[in-house]
Design a protein around this ligand. Structure first.
Ligand SMILES: [Zn+2]
Length: 335
């Protein structure tokens, strides 16, 4: 990325250098393309990351070990791995608690330093999850799309019981994984919401019990399905003002709204929040163990990512289709 609001360029870059003993260079086999990459291109993350241009995006990476720093044990060249997207210090309180995303010294290849839209990426041994026996191109999206989905699903599933309803708004790269996870991690009936008919079909295929076409009145449809009570929990994977409003208005008493997609404002009257004891909770990517659990679910065949593979030089085309909302599942670049 040379300039914000401009297409990316594929250029020859230098082979990266290991500068710390715990670092690892990974040869990328698959790098998922995320909606956040569009926001990065729009410059939305600049003030948070202060990254210096040009740099290489790509934070959803899987590949094989190419080279390890002198302090790295337990991994060797050609080992297959998927990368937790954060690079963390391992010593702060958040790291000790296992909450990688809250690390006081968080790095994020693809956001604040060179990422995986390249042949090689540098990460730390702490971020590696073994991926033996898995197709690295297929599972790359678990590193962010899947990881974000499993954390949000865990938050929603605490409000689940037999006969409960959980809504999933947006059946894209994250939503289609969330539906599969909800089948394994909750006993709720799943209501999938989208505006694209083919995505609603995909939702049914992956186990949604009900689908709602959000081109019509989604809140009304959800209330009809839940006999006027609303959902016990709902996850917003889209993050527009319209989806935020739909989610909030679809909650039943004691309901929980989990925010993943971002961009809008939450319009919540405090009197309604206390009268119905509502919870609104943000969810950010996921921690190391959540990724390890997800990789195990993939190994057991319980989670499958719908992927479309593209060579690196088609990255701009992929970003354009993502912007248009026309991609099914997740696009993966294969450098
Ligand atoms: Zn830390």
């Amino acid at each position: 990325m040379f300039e914000y609001h401009k297409p990316l360029k594929v250029v020859e870059a230098d082979y990266p250098k290991i500068t710390r003993p715990d670092q690892v260079i990974v040869r990328i086999k698959g790098a998922g393309v995320c909606h956040t990459d569009l926001h990065i291109q729009e410059g939305m993350w600049h003030e948070k990351t202060n990254v210096r241009l040009p740099y290489t995006p790509g934070h959803e990476n899987a590949g094989t070990i190419e080279e390890v720093g002198e302090g790295v044990e337990g991994f060797k060249k050609n080992d297959p791995v998927i990368l937790h997207p954060a690079v963390t210090d391992g010593t702060c309180r958040a790291c000790r608690a296992g909450e990688d995303m809250h690390c006081e010294n968080l790095g994020f290849p693809g956001l604040d330093r060179d990422g995986g839209f390249a042949e090689f990426v540098v990460t730390s041994v702490r971020s590696l999850v073994r991926a033996d026996g898995l197709d690295l191109t297929e599972i790359a999206p678990l590193a962010d799309a899947g990881l974000t989905a499993i954390r949000a699903v865990k938050k929603a599933a605490t409000n689940s019981y037999p006969g409960a309803f959980i809504g999933v708004v947006g059946v894209g790269g994250l939503g289609h994984i969330a539906i599969q996870l909800l089948r394994h991690m909750s006993n709720a009936s799943i209501i999938a919401v989208d505006i694209v008919e083919s995505k609603l079909k995909l939702a049914e295929q992956f186990g949604a019990h009900y689908v709602v076409d959000a081109k019509k009145d989604a809140v009304k449809s959800i209330l009809e399905i839940t006999k006027g009570k609303g959902v016990n929990a709902i996850i917003d994977f889209v993050g527009t003002q319209a989806t935020h409003d739909t989610c909030y208005k679809s909650l039943r008493k004691g309901g929980k709204f989990v925010i993943v997609g971002y961009g809008g404002m939450i319009n919540a009257r405090s009197i309604d929040m206390i009268a119905s004891e509502l919870t609104v909770e943000g969810s950010l990517v996921g921690n190391y163990l959540e990724l390890a659990d997800l990789v195990e679910l993939a190994r057991q065949g319980k989670v499958r990512v719908v992927t479309n593979k593209y060579p690196l030089d088609r990255v701009n085309e992929v970003l354009e289709s993502l912007k248009g909302g026309g991609l099914m599942g997740r696009a993966v670049l294969t450098p």
